[in-house]
Ligand binder design. Structure first.
Ligand code: CU
Length: 442
């Protein structure tokens, strides 16, 4: 549909020389009523009247133009998550990307890289409005195809995990976090959407994204295992076969599944109350029928470590600069929105470390809070170098990592993309409450 409308515009543009070239893709931001299930209509905002938004398939290194129109009453901006883009098009107001005013239009022209499973989403402040920002349906898949694609599979599916209709509730320690009414995969509750249709003997590649505004999710596929081949779209040094995936907000997993157990199965959230809220999808072998089967796992299992490179870590580059980042919460009073601090300060008062182009930096996260935080660095990829209990790891490249409560984690990146660079917790209510800082290049 999108491609076709693009072609139509292109032919018109050829006739009228004054017009700018047609965009490769268009995204229309507008109010949308999502039918997530029977009697489960969610009033939200979406791209092109669908949740998730359209899959954008682009070629690594080949420039694309995406035209975005904003038909909502608030300003918008689209962030291209996991890409190396100039700050002016990366899609964060804090970095200097222009906002798209209500009724306005913007063109994002960029050269997609690096190859892999990326995504796009809104990057605005939501605050107490849990029907704004990442709480909405404003997210979509972005696949950057490599020049040579060595992947071998029979079918691929893109799946987005999302939570809807949140309410702020106080948890045991007094912190306020959203609790959701409805949880979906690709905007549908379990049993309402189309099943994933597979054939016995197939090798299926799953591209799974957690687009939830705040929830970490654990996913299992009964009767099957996942061979994880990429994290956040980047191939891992040691692919591993696992029974369960954990995805923090903004994380992606690419996994191969051998379709070797014919039947009708459920893939979904391991925690019963989240599956009851709808987070599941039926996987149906051709020729199979009957009630979808679900084998309830009895524990939550996930670890980044097994995906790391097996060989000993190379010595740290001698001029690597370590930047300690201590994360704490400052309760604003029981029942109030918390304030999150990095080294004692909340955005916009957080420090703005100056980076020197070409230099290697180590971010040493010390999470002194009682919450887990999925932290995200814009415009760069980082390498996991220290995990809880493992002071030396290497080889896992990501743009988002979940910092478990009370742990220390270290990542390294090369300052190779000059321009203001945002760092923040991807949990919407945490970034809105100050968990954000801006790196600058000297
Ligand atoms: Cu957080």
């Amino acid at each position: 549909m999108l491609k076709l409308s693009g072609l139509t515009v292109a032919s018109t543009a050829l006739a009228a020389h004054a017009q700018p070239p047609a965009p490769d893709y268009t995204l229309d931001i507008a109010a949308y009523e999502l039918e997530a299930g029977s009697h489960r209509t969610i009033r939200t905002i979406a791209y092109n009247g669908q949740v998730p938004g359209p899959l954008l398939r682009v070629q690594e290194g080949r420039p694309v133009t995406v035209e975005v129109t904003n038909q909502t009453a608030g300003s918008e901006v689209v962030h291209w998550h996991g890409l190396f883009l100039p700050s002016s098009v990366d899609g964060a107001m804090e970095e200097g990307t222009p906002m798209i005013p209500p009724g306005g239009r913007a063109r994002y022209t960029f050269t997609p890289r690096p190859a892999g499973f990326r995504w796009y989403h809104t990057h605005i402040f939501a605050g107490k409005d849990l029907h704004k920002g990442q709480y909405t349906g404003e997210h979509g898949f972005l696949l950057i195809e490599p020049r040579d694609n060595p992947a071998r599979y029979d079918q691929e599916f893109f799946l987005a995990l999302h939570d809807w209709d949140g309410q702020m509730l106080s948890s045991g320690d007094g912190a306020m976090d959203p609790v959701y009414e409805v949880s979906t995969i690709n905007g549908r509750v379990l049993g309402f959407g189309e099943p994933l249709r597979v054939k016995s003997g197939e090798q299926v590649l799953l591209h799974i994204l957690n687009s939830s505004p705040s929830e970490v999710h654990w996913i299992a596929l009964s009767g099957h295992q996942f061979k994880v081949v990429a994290l956040d779209g980047n191939p891992v040094p040691q692919p591993q076969v696992v029974s369960m995936l954990r995805l923090a907000p903004a994380e992606r997993v690419c996994a191969l599944v051998e379709m070797d157990h014919p039947g009708t199965w459920v893939m979904g959230e391991v925690r019963k109350h989240i599956m009851a809220a709808g987070m599941g999808i039926v996987v149906e072998y051709s020729g199979s029928s009957g009630k979808p089967q679900w084998d309830q796992p009895n524990q939550l299992i996930w670890d980044y470590l097994p995906f790391a490179a097996a060989d000993p870590s190379p010595p740290q580059q001698p001029d690597t600069v370590t930047i300690p980042l201590v994360i704490e919460s400052k309760f604003a009073g029981h029942g109030a929105m918390d304030h999150w601090t990095i080294n004692g300060k909340s955005y916009p008062d957080t420090a703005s470390p100056l980076l020197t182009a070409g230099r290697r930096y180590r971010l040493a996260f010390i999470n002194r809070s009682t919450n887990d935080h999925p932290v995200h660095l814009h415009r760069h990829t980082f390498e996991l170098r220290r995990l809880p209990g493992h002071p030396e790891v290497h080889g896992i490249l990501k743009d988002t990592i979940l910092l478990d409560a009370g742990t220390q984690v270290e990542v390294e990146f090369t300052a190779n993309d000059p321009g203001p660079t945002l760092f923040h917790c991807h949990q919407q209510n945490h970034m809105d409450a100050g968990f954000m800082m801006l790196f600058q290049y000297a």
